[in-house]
Design a binder for this molecule. Sequence first.
Ligand SMILES: [Zn+2]
Length: 723
Amino acid sequence: MSLLDLTRSLQSHLTTPPDQLEDISQIYDQLIEVIIRHNQRYYQESDPLIVDYEYDQLFDYLKKIEKTYPDLISPSSPTQRIAWQDVVQDQFKKATHEYPLLSLENSYDADDIRDRHDRSVRLLTKSEITDEPVYIIQPKYDGISVALTYTDGKLTHAITRGDGYTGDDITLNVKTITNLPHTLKTKDHKPKTLIVRGEIMLPKSELARINTEREAAGEPPFANTRNAASGTIKLLDTSIVRSRKLVCYTYDILTEIEEWVTLESLGLPTYQTTHHALHTTHDIDNVITTCLDEELQRELESADVDFDGLVIKIVDQIQRDVLGSTDHHPRRAIAYKYPAQQVTTQITSIDYQVGRTGIITPVANLAPVLLSGVTISRASLHNFDFISQKDIRLHDTVRIQRSGEVIPYIVRVVTEARPADATPIQKPTHCPSCDHHLEYDDIYIYCPNTHGCPAQRKERIIHYVSKQCMDIDGLGDKYVDVLVDNGFIENIADLYTLHEKDRTLRSLPGFADKRVEQIIDQVEQSKSRELWRLINGLGFPSIGKKLAKEIEQAMINAALETSNSQLETFVSYLTNSERLTAIYGVGETIVEWLQHFFDQPENREVLSRLADYGVSFSPQTTNQKPQTSISNIHFSLTGSLGLPRPQIVEILEWYGAIFDDTPKKTTDFMLVGDKPGSKSAKAEELWITIYHSISDFQIYYPDVIFPEIKKEEQSPQQMGLFG
Ligand SMILES: [Zn+2]
């Protein structure tokens, strides 16, 4: 029997209550088979044989049978495979967006908004547009972004944002959303094709209802409305989607349209807010005031759908076109994210971390909780002053917040929810790493076993190899752990002996040939890094990157005698209190610390070994770079940019920028030319600012000068250089 015949025959039973069916088990098996085959037609072959409504009826009937005869339930039943967590996304048909759905760049503070405004003005001025941009401010939905296509006035496609270029076809599920019309209202001037952007959300009241049900059924509750909406819209069972009352608000028309046509005039739902602050303005101060308006934030927070900030858009179409976009972010609009999203969770245990200077930091392990899309399971308790001020106890319920990239912070204890087993946090008496007796100094507790404590050793090495110091790439925390735990290194000088143990290194877990080569090469290169990197890397208390640079500059200015060895000159300078205190930012305490450091024979030994291995202790007068707008800014590049890649790197490095071969979290910007490699996608993923050409970059950094690019001089070989 064909699928359609089988379906029709089953449909003839659907009006009969299951307990009155004669051959219940045969019908049950057939229903399973039919539904699975219809799923295949729809999801894999994109060729549905029956309409949505008919499918739902079959599915509902299957559930009815299972409710009446629970013993009958087969593990192959589609009802058994549909839980919100194990929905296989691949089962949704992939669809390409006609207009890429770009995500907005996020802004977290007033300075950043002003900065972006200034950049836009510069960019517009360059195109001889002197009118200041006019902005419209709208609430920013925290839901699932979707592109809706209406063909001849009928809703034909709903595609998730996906990567901005392709998403999942969720048309059937979107059609269950009751506030979204299937047909456009307008009769005249009906656009042939209309594509609008909207956001699918689950109202907070619905989330509460669903979570109560889920908890009663022993299922984990959804962490927030966004997760619930995302978990729901990807369900294969349309009837469950319908039962959860999703809403969709539209906010942008992507297709070209008559000027007077608005979302409202087409009958499409938009979110209405009454607040006076949402308006159009040309004054950037006004924009900022609106962003910082707490009353507005409170109003949006009290709405039944979730907002996580505001969208600031430039109104004028010509200005929008001139500003254009990078691959994934339009420049015509930005999102202002409200700070300080807070959630409540519980402290499950306390760890004590040993820092490189021996200071013990209490850290709270938390019951994992989602906060602005990130699972938080730890938060620093800083010190015992912080703990006593906030009266934080073990097992307490706490409010935590996180803003932008900032690490989670405990705002307060929810004392009214304090459990009976909440116990005060005891000050530790012994080092968790070396078990040495701990000492107390003001609010700090520290392990005085400076040279013997494994945790301090590791932390000192991790600090030394970090980007801010010697920048030894490839030696992340985990690798340092393994090297120290296996006795390969105890201190920073041992790093320079690693090449002798090349062969045995390769037997360590995670130390693949390439990794070992990279580490050895990077260690070698670190010998001639700038002196401030070494000064910072030695980890003197209170001397950070900035002060280390001041010290290097002071040494250059002092034009030190060179009759002594580099190391002797270095030590004599850093123990000369008169010279040191002349440096801005160096006080008596730092001088004492430095003297104490150089008094310790263990430190002297490490330093003389470093010198023996060829590490430079000399300030680098020759490479003094001007302070520029890109000093110490990390960059990466890919694709063809019209100049040979090594030349671009050399120029940017001359201006003080730091080259990352592959884009990392710490990379600040990336130049992406024609035919970019996979690094471009990586940069997008990491939210790195992208410039599509050298001139694009120069709009933001006009002080960085490049040689003029003469197109005809580019040889194919040059083009091929770009990785
Ligand atoms: Zn210790």
